[in-house]
Design a protein around this ligand. Structure first.
Ligand code: NA7
Length: 545
């Protein structure tokens, strides 16, 4: 690793100190690169720093949703539960930062507002909200897919007198709902995790549901020492298997379609997935759930029957039954006692499809049917997913081109990694990569390894710039869209395709080819000398990284 041409120019700025940013920092430091990480929060953790709402929990098993880069770390860390809660995940991430001496390279409480590329020097100058400028050869956007909270433009939001809490921006001090009336707006993963826990504390909970979701029991439980030791004895094999699967989640790989088996076999398969408590388990019972509407309807009906079984009041059960979009095409949820919570006398469901939300008032929430008083309002209303955090930064590439303009009709890039005209600016788990349709840790490690190797390759060959070609980018954008078009995903108004944000272009953003195939493609591109990218060097430049 040699120095950049100017001592004030560092090798890389990494934006974000979540799981992606920390690993990127670790890998680049390992190569001796000079790196600054800029992080908006006051600590490491990313998603697990911000999402502190009651019940926040990962719905991929801890022993799969954790770093694999260090076998010492893997062996020494003991997870207490099958699905770790937010406090434990944050402890783990802080431990990683300390164990690998990463903190001294991180500036906290600092947001990046602007990044400008200089084609003459092949460097980016990044500006922070504190007015600082940092110049680096490479920028890695490790800003997360679900990091920009979406607060809907609800009339009367300012009139409401009580606290309004967004699940994705939860306060750091304890929020005590004891004896209070709580209104929860939103029934995605966050709401579905939070509602049973809030109901365990509050005097009254009113849930405002616009779209019911498919949710499955998580079957969370403590991990015993023996179970942990068994997994750790074969950790490398387990990780290798996960990396080759479609989504990197430990669950069986279906070989048959739902219509190729008898009704009894089908029921048994769904029941076994329901009992296993694995994210996406029901849809993964058969290989055609997300491509064949009839197969999907069978799986969806199985879940609706479960909801009707669990929920005592038939009207509430009917309102909780998801209809109108295929199972799995909106992010499925894992829960602990979600549906049963509606049997509690102090919990009620307000179906916004029947009586739409009109406004917040001084005292609570008004729908077309009634006004519901509340001492606190919880917004579990989600995120400007996948592109929100990237578009929040004013990114200017070659010739001053604005990323926001280039992406006006939806994200464009090659392999989800680099956008043509924005050289040396990488995104980790960005749009058009498997990202949110995968175990994030698998995708993060794969991206960071690829990016680090790419930066190393440039340095080893005296090169200072990598840019995607427009042809390769166009082909990749087309490929991602074609994969989505062959499935039922486009039938749902999901955040996967930006439908939750008014005015956002409807483009299906995650790559659906699976993490195994995706890794192979990325590796093949690198092995072919970064096919689809243009590599160049500045005359007289000292190579970096
Ligand atoms: P989601 O999954 O986007 O869920 C947001 C929920 O909020 C969803 O039920 C929305 O209904 C509802 N919502 C959003 N805006 C409104 C308004 N204006 N009125 C009523 N209801 C509204 O976000 P989460 O935080 O739960 O989960 C995000 C991901 O984090 C999750 O998938 C995991 O990957 C982790 P809608 O469906 O739009 O009708």
């Amino acid at each position: 690793m040699s120095d950049t041409e100017h001592p004030a120019v560092i090798d890389a700025v990494v934006v974000g100190a979540g799981l992606a940013g920390l690993y990127q920092l670790y890998r680049l430091r390992e190569r001796g690169a000079r790196v600054r990480v800029l992080e908006a929060g006051d600590d490491v953790g990313g998603t697990w720093y911000w999402n502190r709402y009651p019940g926040a929990r990962c719905d991929i098993e801890s022993m799969a949703y954790s770093y694999s880069f260090s076998s010492e770390l893997e062996q020494e860390w003991e997870w207490s539960e099958r699905y770790a809660g937010q406090p434990e995940l944050l402890r783990y991430i802080r431990h990683v930062a300390d164990r690998f001496g990463l903190r001294r390279h991180i500036t906290f409480g600092t947001s990046v507002t602007r990044a400008v590329y200089d084609s003459r020097t092949h460097t980016w100058t990044v500006t922070t909200d504190g007015g600082e400028e940092v110049t680096a050869r490479f920028v890695v956007m490790a800003t997360g897919c679900l990091s920009r909270a979406s607060v809907p433009d609800l009339p009367g939001l300012d009139d409401y007198r009580g606290p309004v809490l967004h699940t994705g921006r939860w306060p750091h001090e304890e929020v005590d709902f004891t004896g209070r009336r709580v209104a929860v707006i939103g029934t995605g993963s966050s709401g579905i995790q939070a509602i049973p826990v809030i109901a365990g504390q509050a005097a009254e909970v009113t849930v405002f549901q616009r779209t019911p979701n498919f949710s499955f029991p998580a079957r969370n439980r403590p991990i015993g020492r023996r179970e942990s030791a068994e997994r750790k004895a074969n950790y490398a094999e387990f990780r290798a298997w996960l990396r080759a699967t479609p989504v990197g989640i430990p669950r069986p790989l279906p070989e048959r379609g739902a219509l190729e088996v008898t009704a009894r076999e089908r029921e048994a398969a769904y029941q076994s997935a329901w009992d296993a408590g694995v994210l996406g388990g029901i849809q993964a019972s058969f290989n055609d759930t997300l491509t064949n509407r009839q197969a999907n309807d069978l799986a969806a009906e199985f879940v609706r029957a479960k909801i009707r079984q669990i929920v005592d009041d038939p009207e509430t059960a009917a309102a909780l039954c998801p209809t109108g979009f295929p199972l799995g095409t909106k992010r499925p949820c894992l829960d602990t006692d979600y549906y049963a919570t509606f049997n509690l006398p102090h919990v009620r469901l307000v179906d916004l499809r029947r009586s739409p939300l009109v406004s917040l008032t001084e005292r609570g929430v008004r729908t077309t049917g009634a006004e519901y008083e509340a001492d606190a309002v919880v917004l579990a209303t989600g995120f400007d997913a996948m592109t929100g955090a990237l578009r929040a930064v004013d990114i200017r590439g070659r010739d001053g081109a604005a990323l926001n303009e280039v992406w006006a009709a939806g994200p464009r890039n090659h392999l989800g990694l680099l956008t043509a005209g924005f050289p040396n600016l990488f995104t980790v788990t960005g749009p058009l990569s498997p990202s949110v349709l995968s175990n994030m840790l698998i995708s993060i490690e794969q991206h960071v390894d690829w990016i680090t190797d790419c930066i190393g390759h440039l340095g080893d060959h005296g090169l200072t710039e990598i840019d995607a070609t427009v042809e390769a980018q166009d082909a990749w954008v087309r490929h991602v869209a074609e994969l989505a078009a062959g499935t039922l995903y486009p039938e749902a108004a999901s955040w996967y395709q930006g439908a939750n944000i008014p005015g956002k272009p409807r483009v299906f953003m995650p790559y659906l080819g699976g993490v195994g195939a995706y890794r192979e493609e990325c590796d093949a591109v690198a092995a072919a000398g970064y096919r689809g990218f243009t590599l160049s060097r500045l005359p007289d430049a000292h190579p970096t990284a």
